[in-house]
Ligand binder design. Structure first.
Ligand SMILES: *[C@@H]1O[C@H](CO)[C@@H](O)[C@H](O)[C@H]1NC(C)=O
Ligand SMILES: *[C@@H]1O[C@H](CO)[C@@H](O)[C@H](O)[C@H]1NC(C)=O
Ligand SMILES: *[C@@H]1O[C@H](CO)[C@@H](O)[C@H](O)[C@H]1NC(C)=O
Ligand SMILES: *[C@@H]1O[C@H](CO)[C@@H](O)[C@H](O)[C@H]1NC(C)=O
Ligand SMILES: *[C@@H]1O[C@H](CO)[C@@H](O)[C@H](O)[C@H]1NC(C)=O
Ligand SMILES: *[C@@H]1O[C@H](CO)[C@@H](O)[C@H](O)[C@H]1NC(C)=O
Ligand SMILES: *[C@@H]1O[C@H](CO)[C@@H](O)[C@H](O)[C@H]1NC(C)=O
Ligand SMILES: *[C@@H]1O[C@H](CO)[C@@H](O)[C@H](O)[C@H]1NC(C)=O
Ligand SMILES: *[C@@H]1O[C@H](CO)[C@@H](O)[C@H](O)[C@H]1NC(C)=O
Ligand SMILES: *[C@@H]1O[C@H](CO)[C@@H](O)[C@H](O)[C@H]1NC(C)=O
Length: 881
């Protein structure tokens, strides 16, 4: 008896313990990740392994043997990882991949595309169709270039779900579109993965209770997948199914966006069946969005999501629910509308599941006609007043939208057209009345913190546009013009970073405006001989303005839409920030579709060119000198993080973004990627698509897509080791364990062999204590968790301390301070200026040779108010210091 009771208790405990951990991951029978066009296996940012795609692999049909293994010509820094995007297989003629599959399973087919030139074929020349041996057309006359441009995305993933294939194989055919001009087809990455039976039951047609749609036999394309009321969930956290779940915030319609609630990771989600475990991960069910606590407010609005879709298709909308707080029926009951039609009235999650913590989902099918106004799918929730529930409220945990194949077996829709909407969303579009509403303020914070998950438009300007749009949309919803924002690589949705044309008007007051003629004169018509660099943004020239002022002129590549965003971000950031260790923006030019920035000229170029691959007989930098430059850069970053009213995260700290002026003063440059940081409350991060440069990217930022100032600290740690070891952050030519500088330096540091790998040209200049302090500081910067990394202020302090240790050593050993010991013969004037004083100094620009232009900028230096321009005050709440 007692034994039985004990066993029962034990069992109960086991059940609890077993269920408290995440659902056991699904192990797919077929799981193929093909890194197309690559000869080597590799891992992506989520740690998933992609297989090589050599010519004699078992999947590529004979027709594919003539295809080209190509590498992308350009690397976009917003790619989450080089794999699978940097290689492609390019097809000149129709070609087939043929995969053997388990006939009992449904399969995900994910096609990854990155727009670029490949082997000299320009991105416009790729136009193609993709169909399958199951008789489906997945893509037709598809242009990756046009699509990504319209959506301002760096890359695109098309996710399809194919029904069970009794034939036991799935052949995927790529066909270049026959046109007068030669076109090509290509593919960067292909995933084919078994999926569990989560699409078996037919869905009821909304408005036609007697009609159902057979999803089990259909192929469908994922249009949207949201973790409602929660953040981005990467493929690696999706119980083996490798789906990405995105934040729904940008898709919530109107000003009343409800409230989000998270029960936390310890909440016990009771999956009713094994299949249910795979419908959505625990993280989806433990977070909800509900309407709010005021019953009168809730009765008077619908909690609504709107999503753009393609016309003339049938869609399945899947709503995921899980009641986290209430226990009894009729405490919270609500109506569900899809496209303004009642999909279900009196929905009560407890009634559906019988208890708290049990997840459930509901599928509704709806046909979208091919008519104006039908391109938006509306999903709305409203309290069920008729039932008189205890709380007038509604909840949702997850939302998915799938497009079903039509009766001809087609899923393809025309390429999207660029949205004009955001171009019109001028910065000042919000009326003062709107701005004062505190509700709006709250929404803004949500939007800012919530633009997770996608590739495309980033930066502060995008966030502003979202805010503006959210508010505008509420007033005038103008069909094709209005479009939701959101930057999900998976989905058909327009975002646009187009803001040029309005920049001048918005920013003219901030900074000097140059005419295009002035710029042409300054650069001798953009003479190649004056070109000093090429970056993601475009080309950089040296030039002379006002007769004798030397400047650096950055001319954007007119085709770069992302450039437009970064252009404006950079102007806004830089024109308001003045610091001895930040590059000064002098002015800009916006004419003839040109976006040009004019900066102070940095005589000595980038830090990197003084460390390695030195061209033109550049002298070696002494150790003291390097340390001094590091201290200067740290000071610039410290100022960005704390000196301004808001935390500004640089996002792209690297040795090519640390410039050196004629006095060898280090200056941080390139704010194109900057993001204004954490704002209110306890939310210490900004969610955003990963941007930055490989080799310097914070691994935590990769994993969580959450940006903090500690991401800059990580990158700076890489810079410190780069300075010490004089080698690139990534060097694929080296043995595997040395490719990544961060990994290599950390392993040397831990093994105590760091001294052996220090740049030989400075090895005998470094005081041993100084090296220890410096290396320790760099190591801490590279801590895996952001919370374990020091602040930029701590880094600065430690580097100054390292400099003191070096001073002591140099004094003790009788070395002349302030002179080089490396025999490079550089004049003493190159030695560190004594910039390592106790407080960050603000540059006194009035005395510089460019004083005239600077005055034209009319910027108040170090002014508390300087960041409270319209742009900033609208998206962040001043926190005062
Ligand atoms: C794919 O392979 C199967 C055998 O595995 C074969 O029967 C089928 O004809 C092939 N399909 C194509 C389109 O090559
Ligand atoms: C796929 O498309 C190609 C070219 O358009 C065509 O020849 C082929 O028959 C199609 N295959 C299927 C299964 O529809
Ligand atoms: C493919 O799309 C392009 C651009 O929209 C169009 O010019 C062309 O006629 C289309 N070709 C086919 C075969 O549909
Ligand atoms: C064909 O190519 C030429 C040159 O590349 C281009 O100017 C023209 O617009 C293209 N025509 C079409 C229909 O794409
Ligand atoms: C992913 O899973 C890991 C381990 O279970 C967890 O630490 C991490 O927070 C998860 N990330 C997200 C974004 O849910
Ligand atoms: C739903 O109603 C709103 C107005 O309440 C309208 O703007 C929208 O176009 C409607 N959506 C559909 C799909 O009918
Ligand atoms: C909620 O949406 C439904 C369907 O579009 C509509 O009939 C109803 O009037 C809306 N309720 C409110 C309060 O907006
Ligand atoms: C809509 O799709 C059907 C097939 O499902 C097709 O017959 C019809 O022509 C399409 N209508 C339009 C306007 O494209
Ligand atoms: C999708 O195609 C399948 C056959 O491949 C067909 O049975 C099904 O009815 C189609 N779905 C729709 C919604 O037309
Ligand atoms: C620039 O080009 C224009 C004609 O396009 C010419 O008149 C002018 O002299 C050129 N200026 C320089 C500095 O080469």
């Amino acid at each position: 008896m007692a034994a039985t009771a004990r066993r029962a208790l034990l069992l109960a405990l086991l059940v609890v313990a077993g269920a408290a951990v995440n659902a056991k991951p699904y192990s797919p029978a077929d799981s193929l990740l093909l890194n197309c066009g690559s000869t080597a296996d590799g891992l992506d940012a989520d740690g998933r392994k992609w297989l090589a795609d050599t010519n004699n692999n078992m999947w590529l049909g004979d027709s594919g043997k003539s295809s080209i293994m190509a590498a992308a010509d350009e690397l976009d820094s917003s790619l989450p990882s080089t794999i699978p995007y940097m290689t492609a297989r390019v097809f000149t003629v129709e070609a087939v991949y043929n995969f053997t599959v388990n006939p009992k399973d449904r399969h995900w087919l994910r096609l990854h595309f990155y727009p670029s030139s490949y082997n000299g074929i320009s991105p416009e020349d790729f136009r193609f169709s993709v169909n399958t041996s199951t008789g489906l057309t997945l893509l037709h006359n598809f242009s990756v270039w046009v699509t990504t441009k319209a959506l301002t995305q760096a890359y695109i993933v098309k996710e399809f779900s194919l029904p069970k294939t009794p034939a036991g194989f799935i052949a995927v055919t790529f066909t270049p579109t026959p046109m007068t001009n030669v076109t090509y087809a290509y593919i960067n990455g292909l995933e084919l993965i078994s999926m569990p039976d989560i699409f078996d039951d037919p869905a009821t047609m909304v408005g036609f209770a007697d009609q159902t749609v057979d999803i089990a036999g259909s192929t469908f394309q994922t249009m949207y997948r949201f973790n409602v009321g929660g953040g981005y969930i990467p493929p690696s956290n999706d119980s083996g199914l490798a789906r990405s779940w995105f934040d729904d915030t940008p898709y919530v319609f109107g000003t009343l966006q409800g409230v989000t609630y998270n029960a936390g990771p310890r909440f016990h989600v009771k999956y009713p069946s094994e299949a249910a475990e795979y419908a959505a991960p625990v993280e989806v069910y433990t977070g909800t969005r509900s309407m709010g606590s005021d019953p009168r407010v809730n009765q008077n609005y619908n909690l609504t999501w709107t999503m753009e879709v393609d016309g003339n298709f049938t869609y399945v909308v899947r709503l995921h629910f899980c009641e986290l707080l209430l226990n009894r029926p009729n405490q919270r009951a609500f109506d569900i509308y899809v496209n303004n039609k009642t999909a279900q009235s009196d929905a009560d999650v407890i009634e559906m599941t019988s208890e708290r913590g049990v997840p459930v989902f509901k599928d509704f099918a709806v046909h979208m006609a091919d008519e104006p106004g039908e391109e938006f799918m509306w999903v709305a929730l409203h309290p069920s007043v008729a039932l008189r529930p205890q709380f007038y409220d509604a909840i949702l945990s997850g939302l998915e939208v799938f497009k079903l194949n039509d009766s001809r077996g087609n899923l393809a829709a025309p390429d999207p057209e660029p949205s004009k909407m955001l171009a019109k969303a001028e910065l000042g579009a919000m009326s003062d009345k709107d701005r004062t509403k505190s509700q709006k303020q709250a929404n803004m914070a949500t939007v800012m913190g919530g633009t997770a998950g996608g590739a495309a438009a980033v930066g502060i300007v995008a966030a502003i546009c979202v805010v503006v749009y959210h508010n505008k949309r509420n007033r005038e919803l103008t069909g094709s013009e209005s479009h939701n924002s959101g930057w999900l690589p998976l989905y058909h949705s327009h975002t646009s970073g187009k803001s040029s044309g309005h920049i001048a008007a918005n920013l003219a007051g901030m900074c000097r405006h140059f005419s295009f003629a002035e710029i042409k004169a300054a650069t001798k018509n953009f003479s190649e001989s004056l070109m000093i660099g090429v970056g993601g943004f475009g080309k950089v020239y040296s030039g002379v303005v006002d007769g004798d002022t030397k400047v650096a002129i950055k001319r954007s590549n007119p085709s770069s839409e992302q450039g437009a965003l970064e252009f404006q971000t950079e102007i806004e950031m830089l024109s308001k920030l003045r610091h001895r260790h930040l590059v000064s923006l002098i002015g800009f030019c916006e004419e003839n579709n040109e976006m040009i920035l004019v900066y102070d000229y940095m005589e000595h170029g980038t830090l990197r060119e003084h460390l390695y691959n030195k061209g033109g007989g550049k002298p070696t930098l002494s150790w003291r000198h390097r340390l001094d430059i590091c201290i200067g850069a740290a000071r610039g970053l410290h100022y960005l993080h704390t000196g301004a009213k808001y935390t500004i995260i640089h996002r792209d700290v690297k040795t090519t973004n640390i410039l050196v002026d004629e006095n060898w003063v280090a200056k941080v440059s390139d704010f194109g990627l900057s993001k204004s940081g954490p704002t209110t409350g306890n939310q210490a991060h900004v969610s955003t698509m990963v941007k930055g440069s490989f080799g310097y990217l914070d691994p935590e930022y990769f994993r969580r897509q959450q940006l903090t100032d500690k991401s800059d600290v990580y990158s700076f740690g890489v810079v410190l080791f780069e300075v010490l070891m004089a080698r690139p952050a990534l060097n694929p030519a080296l043995p595997r364990d040395q490719v990544s500088l961060a990994d290599y330096a950390l392993s040397c540091q831990r093994k105590g062999t760091l001294a052996d790998v220090v740049d030989p040209t400075i090895k005998n200049q470094i005081a041993p204590e100084c090296l220890i302090k410096f290396a320790e500081t760099a190591e801490k910067c590279l801590a895996d968790q952001g919370t374990d990394r020091p602040s930029m202020g701590d880094v600065l302090w430690n580097l100054e301390f390292a400099m003191q240790l070096q001073d002591t050593f140099d004094g003790r050993s009788g070395r002349p301070q302030g002179r080089d010991d490396d025999g490079s013969g550089r004049p003493a004037v190159l030695e560190p200026s004594n910039s390592y004083g106790s407080t960050a100094s603000v540059t006194t620009i009035g005395t510089s040779s460019t004083s005239r232009v600077h005055q034209a900028c009319a910027i108040a230096e170090e002014d508390d108010e300087m960041l409270t321009g319209a742009a900033f005050s609208q998206i962040v709440q001043p926190t005062g210091r």
